[in-house]
Design a protein around this ligand. Structure first.
Ligand SMILES: Nc1nc2c(c(=O)[nH]1)N[C@H]1C(S)=C(S)[C@@H](COP(=O)(O)OP(=O)(O)OC[C@H]3O[C@@H](n4cnc5c(=O)[nH]c(N)nc54)[C@H](O)[C@@H]3O)O[C@H]1N2
Ligand SMILES: Nc1nc2c(c(=O)[nH]1)N[C@H]1C(S)=C(S)[C@@H](COP(=O)(O)OP(=O)(O)OC[C@H]3O[C@@H](n4cnc5c(=O)[nH]c(N)nc54)[C@H](O)[C@@H]3O)O[C@H]1N2
Ligand code: SF4
Ligand SMILES: [Mo]
Length: 741
């Protein structure tokens, strides 16, 4: 029943105070113990230190406040246009990462005691000497390129620098092949550029916004939530395509509860309507694109009537929403999404999204998308890196020709066996066992083949269990990292600096990289004693200084280039034809469909339900579930179950169940939440729970992990993405399961 829903009062969207504000998080004081001995709050000396939040990857700038040297609170930086001067719930709970009692405290090395492997605490010298020795031997025996980095997060830049100085630029991150890869590749193939991170949508000026599965509001990328809320306050027409009644679905004029896996059909039908009714931006299409005639012929058969049968969205709703988009264009944003790895045809779906935006004339136009700009910040002068003989993709020749960056699935496969391509791993800030479905057996095999596995972590994550050496990094509140300089609407720099001394024996990443560099004879790449010297040098090149940034935290710079396309100026897009490519010769030449083709999703096996998953506001994946402040707010994930399904299985809200996958994997217990907001063909859970590492004492064993239940992975042949949405589960009831505990 794809009808219009306008009963919900729009201005209630995301109460900023409850979703983004500080109010939701209890003061860290309860964790510190011994509060009674402290003077009354409000009587001490207050100091503040600038930081960049690291609770997710959106990089909001803030300030840590201390009273008499003790942690008081963290707030947003008012000058930060990127975050609107606010932190979200997770950001406000950031100090919990610093206070977490389960943090890694000392370097650890794998040793064998009485035939059993265990970790032993070692000194930094012992750990670093061991790693440098292994890295030397890998470089001499196999070549430095055989040392691979797997990474996530800003702090990995220090280790990338180290590895490039050593001679390797081999690397891959789950944030590509398990996240935004298909979107970036789909947009690049079409308009010549990616949709960027942060996403370059001009939602604040949009008059119509279309969300396909992007559950903004549960997906809590701060600045983006605020611009959507701003648009809703200006009465934007919001169209949400989501099989689940998501937070934005509840604020939409049109909620389209699409049959999962059929989005490409809907996108093609929308293009069919725009072309058929002459509603597309003819001038824009003529001026900037190639392949329109082929597209017109291609979408001819994807009529709303035919597509209704696939998607469940009624023809009149498909037409009405297409007309809404056209009416508002070019101030229409069809959001590119972010976690785009769904059904294995994701690059093509992302291309269809890009093409729809192009028909609406919204790419690089006001209210559609903007052109991001960075501060031109010079690099610190250093010797050139040696030129690697191999690039990452040489590990899996001929596969995924348009990936454009390392593919995690490929590099992991290329790390298994005696003749494996890779010989050593440096893993930074990524928890592969939870992040890459079905990877555990391969990780075990890789760990057995590799000569060196180093894991740089703050927490005893599941990944640390595969390491030879675990290096404890201090948290973002205890260190310098590189300046934030993202391509955005407003160019700006932001500083992360230590607000506290590193706790225990943890150390900042830049220090580890320099120490390893020293042991590898690479001192010339690390000429600073302290990383702040490098930052100060860079800041002075743009008329600022470390001293200034330590006071202000964020510095805004004027734009030098236009925010949008300039009418009547020739434009050259970064595609082979220099035009926007509605028809992709590149794809055709490589044997792929030159225009997106719809294929129906796998049917749901009898007795099973689609496994739907996503974000919850209070956590970032499994990275924050052990954070004592955020744990308090959201201690477990819940399983959304439709009332019909609940009655069929005799389930009530609050019951615990286990889920089973078609190949016999049974999950941890998860609490049921019976709700109409999910259809009877699916169940839904937030990703990031069901931790196995017992040393994560708050969160271990709590809730279920979607990754372990995913057995039907759809790899995108164009760029190697891990499609995760074609998975099915059934209930394994507690009593029926018998031996469950
Ligand atoms: N099943 C399933 N899989 C998914 C997803 C899903 O929804 N479901 N989502 C996908 C998406 S969108 C993404 S982006 C990826 C993300 O997956 P990952 O790249 O694995 O990222 P995180 O889960 O954030 O893992 C961060 C790890 O870094 C550690 N860490 C935290 N802070 C620091 C620090 O300051 N320094 C260091 N060295 N380490 C730190 C944390 O303890 C944690 O173990 O997962 C993908 N995988
Ligand atoms: N609080 C919080 N916010 C986060 C994160 C976090 O961990 N916590 N992670 C950040 C990261 S790295 C990412 S990548 C983003 C991810 O955020 P998004 O890109 O918004 O998330 P997805 O996981 O792709 O989408 C989830 C939504 O897609 C719907 N869906 C499922 N199947 C289909 C389908 O077939 N068609 C359609 N149209 N919809 C479908 C689900 O019901 C759900 O509402 O979130 C970011 N924001
Ligand atoms: S969105 Fe929230 S968690 Fe992410 S960086 Fe900003 S404040 Fe931190
Ligand atoms: Mo992501």
């Amino acid at each position: 029943s794809g009808g219009a829903h306008s009963t919900v009062k729009r201005r209630e969207f995301i109460k900023v105070s409850s979703l983004l504000g500080a109010g939701a998080v209890t003061s860290p004081a309860f964790l510190l113990g011994g509060c009674a001995a402290k003077p009354l709050p409000g009587t001490g000396t207050i100091t503040s230190t600038p930081t960049i939040c690291d609770m997710c990857f959106w990089k909001c700038a803030g300030h840590i406040y201390k009273e008499d040297g003790e942690l008081w609170k963290i707030t947003g930086n008012d000058d930060d246009l990127h975050s609107g001067g606010r932190l979200c719930t997770r950001g406000t709970g950031g100090p919990g990462a610093y206070l977490d009692r389960d943090r890694l405290k000392k370097p650890l090395m794998r040793v064998e005691v009485d035939g059993r492997q265990t970790f032993r605490e070692v000194s930094w010298d012992e750990a670093l000497d061991f790693i440098a020795g292994k890295m030397r031997s890998i470089a001499e025996t196999h070549g430095p390129e055989k040392m691979l980095m797997l990474n996530h997060g800003a702090g990995s830049a220090h280790f990338r620098h180290l590895l490039r100085a050593y001679g390797s630029d081999s690397r891959a991150e789950p944030a590509f092949a398990q996240c935004r890869g298909p979107r970036d590749v789909g947009f690049r193939l079409t308009v010549g550029e990616s949709a960027s991170s942060p996403e370059r949508t001009d939602m604040a000026n949009a008059r119509c916004i279309v969300l396909l599965g992007s559950h903004i509001g549960e997906n809590l990328h701060n600045g983006q939530v605020q611009t959507l809320a701003e648009a809703l306050n200006k009465d934007v027409t919001l169209i949400t395509v989501d099989p689940r009644f998501s937070v934005p679905a509840g604020k939409s004029k049109y909620w389209l509860p699409i049959k999962p896996g059929t989005d490409i059909a809907l996108l093609l039908a929308w293009m069919n309507v725009l072309i058929d009714e002459g509603l597309y931006d003819k001038d824009y299409v003529e001026r900037y694109t190639m392949g329109f005639e082929q597209l017109k012929a291609h979408v001819r058969d994807y009529t709303p009537e035919w597509v209704y049968l696939e998607t469940g969205i009624k023809p009149d709703v498909i037409r009405a929403t297409a007309r809404e988009m056209a009416m508002a264009s070019p101030a229409t944003v069809v959001h590119p999404g972010r976690h785009a790895v769904w059904y294995g045809d994701d690059t093509q779906r992302s291309r269809a999204i890009a093409m729809l935006n192009v028909l609406l004339g919204s790419w690089n136009r006001k209210g559609g998308f903007y052109i991001p700009e960075k501060v031109s910040l010079p690099n610190y002068p250093l010797p050139d890196y040696p030129r690697p003989k191999y690039k990452t993709a040489d590990a899996y020749p001929g596969k995924w020709p348009f990936a454009g960056q390392g593919v995690t699935n490929g590099v992991i496969d290329a790390s298994v066996g005696d003749d494996a391509f890779f010989k050593g791993w440096l893993v930074y800030g990524t928890n592969l066992p939870q992040t890459i479905p079905g990877v555990e057996e391969k990780l075990k095999a890789a760990a057995n083949s590799l000569e060196l596995v180093v894991v740089v972590e703050t927490m005893p994550s599941e990944m640390t269990g595969y390491a030879d050496v675990i290096l404890p990094e201090c948290t973002y509140l205890e260190r310098y990292d590189d300046l934030r300089n993202s391509g955005e609407r407003h160019p700006s720099l932001a500083l992360r600096m230590p607000a506290f001394e590193p706790m225990y024996e943890s150390k900042p990443g830049w220090w580890m990289a320099k120490q390893l560099g020293h042991r590898l004879g690479l001192d010339k790449y690390f000429p600073w004693e302290d990383y702040s010297e490098k930052l100060d040098w860079q800041l002075r090149q743009v008329g600022s200084s470390l001293e200034e940034m330590q006071k202000i935290g964020v510095k805004n710079f004027p734009r030098k280039t236009p925010l949008h396309l300039e009418e009547n100026r020739p434009v050259s897009f970064r595609t082979p034809s220099r035009k926007i490519e509605l028809y992709s010769q590149q794809l055709a030449d490589a044997g792929f469909d030159p225009m997106p083709v719809y294929t129906p999703p796998d049917p749901v096996p009898k007795g099973f339900y689609r496994l739907n998953y996503g974000r919850m506001p209070a956590h970032t994946f499994g990275k924050t579930t052990n954070n004592p402040l955020l744990f308090q707010l959201s201690p477990e994930n819940q399983l959304w179950v439709n009332p019909l399904v609940a009655s069929e299985w005799d389930l009530r809200s609050g019951d615990y169940v286990r889920l089973g996958s078609p190949n016999g994997v049974v999950s941890n217990k998860i609490r049921v939440r019976v709700t109409e907001r999910i259809g009877p063909d699916s169940v839904f859970m937030a990703h990031g729970f069901g931790h196995k590492s017992k040393r994560l004492r708050l969160t271990a064993g709590v809730g279920a992990d979607d990754s372990t239940l995913m057995s039907n992975i759809k790899i995108d042949p164009i760029m190697g993405g891990t499609g995760m949405r074609a998975n099915f589960v059934t209930f394994v009831k507690e009593r029926a399961a018998g031996a469950a505990s």
